[in-house]
Design a protein around this ligand. Sequence first.
Ligand code: FES
Length: 136
Amino acid sequence: MSKTLRPAEPAVLSAPLAAPNQPKAEAAPPYYERHIFFCLNQRKGNEECCAQQHAEAGFDRCKSQVKAAGLSGPGQVRVNKAGCMDRCAAGPVAVVYPEGVWYTYVDASDIDEIVESHLKNGQIVTRLLIPAYLGR
Ligand code: FES
């Protein structure tokens, strides 16, 4: 004997999501003004990855410079580790949100410039931008 499957019943709301005459809730201010994520991905063997290109040193430098500048913490800047972000061809890479600006870097002075210019003053460091076409 076969059983006939029926489509699921649509969900029924038992109460409105918001009272009709109440003001809409406003979004809370962001917990951090900016986030910078560093890809620290390590691939097996000799496959190209950010970890091969001293990404950990870039991350450490950024973290210490942000802290030294007094930029670290709620309402300010958060420096985070990330896995592969599929932009390996431009590695090592870091991305700053909320702007969604992608950087590459070579040394500590590049990191210092990103911290001072972008994370502190909101100015994009154009010389370190990744070309839009570079992906994995
Ligand atoms: S390994 Fe870093 S973006 Fe892919």
